[in-house]
Design a binder for this molecule. Structure first.
Ligand SMILES: [Cu+2]
Length: 205
């Protein structure tokens, strides 16, 4: 009796299972990179950062490439103006945009929408704060501006200082006289001492 190759229902099921078992690891292994959205890894400025110097660009770094086209980054200042200057530049997994000079201190928001490597759009909002020290010439406010006429005047001379000044001015003209008197006094003292020494008993006088 010739052996006719007839697949039994049991063999078909076995083949199907074998095929599924082979395909399963492949699909599991490919799924994450093929279907997941991009993830923002880092940004410059960092989300929530307070900056002492105005940034010149915003750079968003993702875990996977950003697709060209359909990308947008809007940087809104405290005054409501959009400071993003020019088109979004995509370089691999980085999306960046230049900034106009930031002259207003306060909170800025970064709204971005990029196209993930899987073709899906990804959007989120970050923020950073520009410190007042980062702005070279803060806009003068009436409360902070110094009044022009309010210059420091030298404090009035105290009574003691005035008295001392008077003494010095008075002593000035008489200084030579005082010097002469002192000299005469000194000579007188010496003379008296000499005279007393000569008159000392037993000195041979
Ligand atoms: Cu996706």
């Amino acid at each position: 009796m010739p052996d006719i190759p007839v697949q039994s229902p049991g063999r078909r099921v076995a083949a199907l299972l074998a095929g599924l078992l082979l395909a399963l690891p492949l699909s599991v292994g490919l799924a994450p990179s093929a279907q997941a959205h991009n993830t923002l890894i880092s940004s410059s400025p960092e989300d929530g950062a307070t900056l002492d110097a105005p940034p010149e660009e915003v750079v968003l770094t993702f875990n996977a490439d950003v697709l060209e086209g359909g990308n947008g980054i809007v940087v809104t200042g405290p005054d409501g103006a959009d400071y993003a200057d020019g088109e979004v530049v995509v370089d691999g997994s980085e999306a960046s945009v230049a900034l106009a000079p930031l002259t207003v201190p306060g909170e800025y928001t970064i709204d971005y929408r990029i196209v993930s490597a899987d073709g899906h759009p990804l959007s989120d909002t970050l923020s950073f704060t520009l410190d007042e020290s980062a702005v070279p010439e803060p806009s003068p406010s009436p409360s902070e501006a110094e009044e022009p006429g309010e210059e420091e005047t030298p404090p009035p001379a105290s009574v003691e200082e005035e008295a001392a000044t008077d003494v010095r001015s008075l002593a000035g003209p008489f200084a030579p006289v005082l010097g002469v008197l002192a000299a005469i006094g000194g000579i007188a003292v010496i003379a008296i001492i000499v005279i007393r020494l000569r008159r000392r008993p037993g000195s041979g006088d």
